[in-house]
Design a protein around this ligand. Structure first.
Ligand code: CP
Length: 339
């Protein structure tokens, strides 16, 4: 009887140990496959990366935040092609590359390049790919990043194409949400402002559809979220509510994602003048919020968040911009396959 019991518990222990080892090997295999899948993989739309791949970027970003100065990019040249103005995206990419020992070629305005002489985007990309291992590009034309990724022999990262997508901003937004909320699941996220032209909104809404988000969409009637983006919310059968005023949304939100009205996308300047001041968040409006509320903004800000909010502990937009460095370090190292 005793021998029988001993044999039985020995068998159970061996079974449990084998089960754990198989699980661990399986997990490592999946993680390894995710790394391999991301090597040389362009990022144009946020959905180009699976939820697992996006989470891999966030996990790597956490490691770079703990150790941001390294030399892992010392043998790499990154091209930074900005056909449209930028402060955060361009400089945080450059900061990320510099802190990892990499080199940068590129430009911050097309006026100083052969585009001015009539060179096509195709010819520019094929030429720059000769000089670099990866291309980061911002361009005002929607779809230009997809086109570049399809003809380029080196991977392309979309740093914003018109009012379409801004996937690297989304990854840093997800990282900021995860850091401040300790989860990405089941949050109430309020988007306020220009939901029609705001490419950061489009990419982030699509990404948050993976996490059972409740969406609160606040915009003037003329600047509602496009149906092509709303379709993603509907497909996942997630809750969304639309508003034209932000006051009733503030107490419900875990994340308040403010955006500017995008003057440069308006064909009628009078229309912009009419709605440019639709939403201005002031400190007094934050009297009744959830304790965990954080205010995010992809920036640049015009006047939609009053500077009197900046010192509030719920304001997180400058830390959010800093997070962009770690997330971009993670992305570059995964795409170049050096992690
Ligand atoms: N968030 C963002 O894209 O900012 P910039 O336009 O300054 O790059």
């Amino acid at each position: 009887m005793v021998v029988n019991n001993l044999l039985k518990s020995g068998f159970l222990a061996a079974f449990f140990l084998t089960f754990c080892i198989v699980k661990l090997l399986n997990f490592n295999l999946i993680a390894q496959q995710t790394y391999l899948q991301m090597k040389n993989k362009s990022l144009v739309s946020i959905n180009d990366y699976s939820k697992g791949e996006q989470l891999k970027v966030l996990e790597a970003a956490r490691e770079f935040e703990a150790n941001p100065v390294q030399t892992i990019l010392k043998d790499y040249v990154i091209a930074s092609l900005f056909f449209e103005p930028s402060t955060r995206t361009r400089l945080s990419f450059e900061s990320a590359i510099n802190r990892l020992g990499g080199k940068i070629v590129g430009f911050s305005e097309a006026a100083n390049t052969s585009v001015k002489k009539g060179e096509s985007l195709r010819d520019s990309i094929l030429t720059v790919a000769n000089y670099s291992d990866l291309i980061v590009m911002r361009n005002p034309v929607e779809g230009s990043a997809r086109f570049a990724s399809e003809i380029s022999p080196v991977p392309v990262i979309n740093a914003g194409d018109g009012s379409n997508q801004h996937p690297t901003q989304t990854l840093l937004d997800l990282y900021s949400i995860l850091k401040t909320q300790e989860t990405l699941d089941d949050l109430h996220v309020a988007f306020v402002g220009d939901l029609k032209y705001g490419r950061t909104v489009h990419s982030l809404v699509i990404a948050l559809c993976n996490y059972n988000t409740t969406f609160h969409l606040v915009s003037p009637v003329e600047l509602k979220l496009p149906s092509s983006v709303k379709m993603h919310i509907k497909e996942k059968k997630l809750a969304y509510h639309q508003y034209t005023s932000m006051e009733e949304v503030i107490p419900q939100a875990d994340i308040l994602y403010m955006t500017r009205i995008q003057k440069e996308r308006f064909s009628d300047p009078l229309e912009y003048e009419r709605i440019k001041n639709s939403y201005i968040l002031e400190k007094e409006m934050l009297h009744d919020t959830k304790r965990n509320l954080r205010i995010l903004h992809p920036m640049p800000r015009v006047n939609e968040i009053h500077v009197n909010v900046d010192a509030d502990p719920r304001a997180y937009y400058f830390q959010q911009a800093l997070n962009g460095v770690y997330v971009r370090q993670a992305l570059l190292s995964l795409i170049l396959g050096i992690r």
